[in-house]
Design a protein around this ligand. Structure first.
Ligand code: ADP
Length: 508
């Protein structure tokens, strides 16, 4: 198995935002800065439009007062009259208009019927006719006001209305005024300056907050790494805990599960090594005892030599059996890539296996039968499946009584095929049943060893079936017999990661 290289917290990783902290930092920075820029923009807009509105209202109010004076002084009817009284009242109103235009840095025009300019505080348009949308609208009774920010003035119209003797109000003239926005621009600029200072301060604060916040938020993940490293360095077997976030709890839970499995595997491995040593030593001890006793006697008769030598050969055979079973088991432990899957006739495979085992069954006076419900073809590793079936049938013969029977039954549906091996043998007790697949486990120790069992057969069988993604189950009754049922998919499914590995290897 190949492991990816550990990722280091280097600058490049941070730059490409592979760092969680960098992402949080960037996110808070973006949100913070965007918000402050938008807020500033909105505030400035509101401020400006409010200032324009206020200024427009002030000027309009002033001009309305003048409009009333115009009407009360009969300005429109008398503006051509040259008697001193009229001139004086006109001059008073003109002075009022000049004051307003000077005060607001603008120009006021009084427009009479026929859109004729009667008075212009700039004195350039008097007597001319002015035709503009605003003026016409105003004659129709609508006040208008517009802000021309590019040219720096606010333009507005104010109707001059008079109420006739019949009580009806009529627009007799229009005041067209344009005032400078200088004050507004000054105020907006001042406000803008203040807002810029405030915005810079806010951005600095946001940068500091996002750096600190990202650090605080990602701290538990650093703790997780630290805790896992501690386990690695101290080879600790104790579960760890980082309860800060639900996410870290999940990671740590998964890690603790893995740790538990590793510990269990370690324990199993240690136990397995102890068992292997013990099993391998037993025949060696017998061999040594036999050889020592031969050596201890000076004149050993030839028959005794022969007898001892026969015992020694059977011990060597036993040692060989254990070693070859162990090798078979190690092969089963390897990954699935070692499987050589082919479409095989399971009927033929079972028949061949039974044919090979029939002499042993005959020797033990056990009737061995095979029955198949249908012809079954499946994608399997022939050698490994034969090994599994051989072990099951061999056990059924080995742990049988005289004149007993063993039946092998094959059936299939559209997805799986099932091989059942039943016997009329000794059976397995309820307490032994859950352990029969364990390595070196023997239900009936003395009997098993006596008949040459290594305690590895069912472990090998189970390993072979697991490699085919199948299942093995057993039902048994002590003294009556056992039934082992093997269920294997007809089509072999290659797990995704194995398939990927295989294709990568092919590419190389
Ligand atoms: P062994 O090499 O001892 O047969 P196995 O792993 O094949 O080891 O079997 C484990 C134990 O399960 C055996 O020792 C035996 O006691 C019991 N066992 C297995 N198959 C049968 C069976 N068909 N009938 C009775 N007991 C069985």
């Amino acid at each position: 198995m190949t492991f990816p290289k550990p990722v280091k917290d280097n600058f490049k990783q941070v730059l490409f935002l592979r760092s969680f902290r960098a992402r949080i930092c960037l996110l808070t920075l973006t949100v913070g800065i965007l918000t402050s820029v938008m807020m500033r923009h909105a505030i400035m807009q509101t401020y400006e439009s409010k200032a324009v509105k206020q200024r427009t209202e002030t000027v309009q109010n002033q001009l309305l007062i003048v409009a009333r004076h115009l009407i009360s002084n009969n300005y429109f009817a008398t503006y051509r009259m040259q008697d001193p009284g009229m001139i004086a009242s006109r001059q008073a109103i003109n002075a009022e208009l000049d004051t307003i235009s000077n005060l607001y840095g603008g120009r006021v025009m009084i427009i009479g019927k026929g859109c004729k300019v009667i008075k212009d505080t700039y004195g350039i348009s008097e007597g001319k006719t002015i035709i503009s949308e605003e003026v016409i609208k105003c004659f129709l009774g609508e006040n208008t006001a517009s802000y021309d920010a590019d040219n720096g003035f606010i333009e507005m119209t104010i109707p001059i209305t008079s109420t006739g003797t019949d009580g009806k109000t009529a627009t007799v003239g229009v005041m067209l005024a344009s005032v400078s926005d200088e004050i507004i621009v000054d105020m907006v600029n001042q406000m803008d300056h203040n807002a810029t200072v405030l915005e810079i301060m806010m951005i600095v604060a946001i940068v500091v907050i996002s750096v600190l916040l990202s650090g605080v938020l990602t701290k538990p993940f650093g703790k997780v790494t630290e805790e896992i490293r501690k386990v690695k360095e101290e080879l600790s077997e104790e579960a760890i805990s980082v309860p800060d976030y639900v996410e870290t709890v999940h990671i740590i839970d998964a890690f603790n599960e893995l740790l538990g499995r590793m510990n269990a595997l370690n324990a199993t491995r240690a136990e397995f090594v102890a068992n292997v040593s013990h099993e391998l030593r037993t025949p060696m001890t017998s061999l040594k005892v036999l050889a020592d006793s031969l050596l201890a006697q000076p004149d050993v008769p030839a028959e005794l030599y022969r007898e001892f030598m026969t015992d020694m050969v059977s011990e060597i055979d036993r040692e060989n059996r254990i070693i070859s079973d162990l090798l078979a088991l190690v092969k089963m432990d390897k990954t699935e890539q070692n499987l050589s899957i082919e479409t095989v006739s399971i009927n033929e495979l079972a028949e061949q296996t039974i044919k090979r085992l029939r002499p042993i069954a005959l020797e033990k006076n056990v009737a061995l039968d095979f029955e198949s419900k249908r012809a079954v073809k499946a994608e399997v590793d022939e050698v490994k499946l034969t090994l599994a079936l051989t072990n099951l049938v061999e056990n059924a013969i080995k742990y049988n009584k005289d004149h007993g029977w063993v039946k092998v039954f094959l059936d299939a549906d559209h997805q799986y095929f099932t091989l059942t091996v039943s016997d009329s043998g000794l059976g397995i007790s309820e307490t032994d049943l859950p352990h029969v697949y364990e390595r070196f486990y023997r239900a009936d120790k003395s009997h098993s060893r006596q008949i040459g069992g290594t305690g590895l057969g069912l472990a090998i069988t189970k390993g072979a079936i697991m490699m085919h993604h199948g299942t093995i189950t057993v039902t048994s009754e002590l003294g009556k017999g056992s039934t082992f049922t093997v269920k294997i998919p007809l089509k072999h499914v290659v797990p995704k990661n194995h398939a990927e590995n295989a294709s990568q290897e092919e590419k190389h």
